[in-house]
Design a protein around this ligand. Structure first.
Ligand SMILES: Nc1ncnc2c1ncn2[C@@H]1O[C@H](COP(=O)(O)OP(=O)(O)OP(=O)(O)O)[C@@H](O)[C@H]1O
Ligand SMILES: [Mg+2]
Length: 359
């Protein structure tokens, strides 16, 4: 026990982040951990393991054990403590953009990288094998789970111009004006290519033809025109991304091969995604050290991303009114008071669309 020397680290000059936060401060808030410096120069990151924490504080644990426990906790993430490595990693976390900014959803991100990002970034290589980029990708699933958010993050990740359309932007009560607007959007996308056309709430623009009423028959030709545009998008280096809650309302021809080639179900966040969402939402707010994102995640099964955001906002409001930090009690109370926006039966209905998925 004699060789246990832990101190709160003092950081070298120049390690202050923007807004004067120290790196340690940042790591502690972002990762819900505590940082210590060991006598051998190593840094130790302690997750909120209450037992371990109290042992460290009361110095009732041997040095080696602390190092092992620390490495098991977060040491892997920051194995190298060189100045450069540290700064690089911190910068990456600070400037979260693209898919890095999507919390959790690891399987989904892998699919997006494999099927969208790679083919787009290595188009020449893919062409050699006579493989193109997908023409269209449809993101579908229950509300508030990140379809719109993820579509925008795909654009950021690819770092190419994105034209965003909604039915209300292009839909027109005048006959044929909608097709004209869609054609204009594709023309612009072609000028900017490689580019993305992102159509939110796409089922409004591509409804099932058999559901059109007599006075809407002219929309058939609009739908046709739209389908033709989608079909040739990939060969023109345009990626069409659509998002909808109701894939079953889309015209079935839109779902055929060569159009919405990839259809990806965006599910409600799972346990790990919810942990990340809580961390993301709590980041940079005054939080108490008793906050345990794992416990909050356990308590929020069935909550979608926007519910978690609302929960944390409400907790922040309560804490502000009490002039205190956001603590676990406030968060748990807020969680109880914020009902999940999706009922079990609604969720089951959305899950039943999952068979429309095509990865
Ligand atoms: N995986 C995620 N990581 C980080 N934030 C997320 C994630 N998913 C959703 N969010 C947050 O939740 C908010 C709601 O998500 P979004 O609007 O994309 O849902 P949606 O599926 O498009 O819902 P709707 O069907 O109602 O349009 C987003 O603004 C974003 O801040
Ligand atoms: Mg949306």
């Amino acid at each position: 026990m004699s060789n246990l020397f832990i101190t709160r680290p003092t950081l070298p000059q120049g390690w202050l982040l923007q807004d004067k936060k120290t790196i340690v401060d940042f790591i502690e808030r972002r990762h819900f951990t505590e940082v210590y410096k060991l006598s051998d120069g190593d840094y130790l990151y302690l997750f909120h393991d209450a037992e371990l924490k109290s042992k460290v504080r009361s110095r009732q644990i041997e040095h080696e054990k602390i190092v092992t426990a620390g490495k098991e906790a977060i040491g892997k993430r920051f194995q190298s403590h060189s100045n450069e490595e540290f700064t690089l990693r911190i910068n990456r976390i600070l400037s979260k953009s693209g898919l890095d900014a999507v919390a959790g959803m690891d399987e989904l991100k892998q699919i997006i990288i494999r099927d969208i990002i790679h083919p787009f970034q290595h188009r020449e290589k893919y062409k050699e094998y006579k493989l193109g980029i997908p023409n269209g990708i449809l993101l579908f699933g229950p509300p508030g789970c990140g379809k719109t958010y993820i579509a925008r993050k795909i654009g950021e990740e690819l770092n190419i111009p994105t034209i965003e359309l909604r039915e209300s932007d292009v839909g027109s009560p005048y006959i044929h004006a909608t097709s004209g607007n869609i054609a204009k959007a594709f023309k612009e996308a072609l000028r900017l290519a490689p580019s993305i056309i992102f159509i939110d709430e796409i089922s409004g623009l591509l409804p099932k033809r058999e559901t059109l009423s007599g006075s809407q028959q002219y929309r058939e030709s609009e739908i046709n025109e739209f389908l033709v545009q989608i079909e040739s998008a990939g060969s023109r280096d345009i990626l069409v991304i659509g998002a909808t809650n109701f894939p079953d309302r889309m015209d079935s021809a839109a779902m055929r091969s060569g159009r919405m080639d990839k259809r990806i179900f965006i599910p409600p966040p799972d346990y790990n995604a919810r942990i990340e969402l809580f961390k993301m939402e709590l980041e940079d707010r005054p939080i108490s050290f008793d906050v345990l994102p794992e416990v909050l995640s356990n308590m929020s099964d069935g909550y979608v991303a926007s519910d978690i955001k609302l929960t944390v906002d409400n907790a922040a409001r309560t804490a502000l009114s009490k002039n205190t930090e956001i603590n676990m009690m406030i968060l748990m109370k807020s969680l109880k008071e914020t009902k999940p926006s999706l009922s079990k039966s609604e969720l089951n209905e959305y899950l039943s669309y999952q068979n429309l998925e095509r990865r």
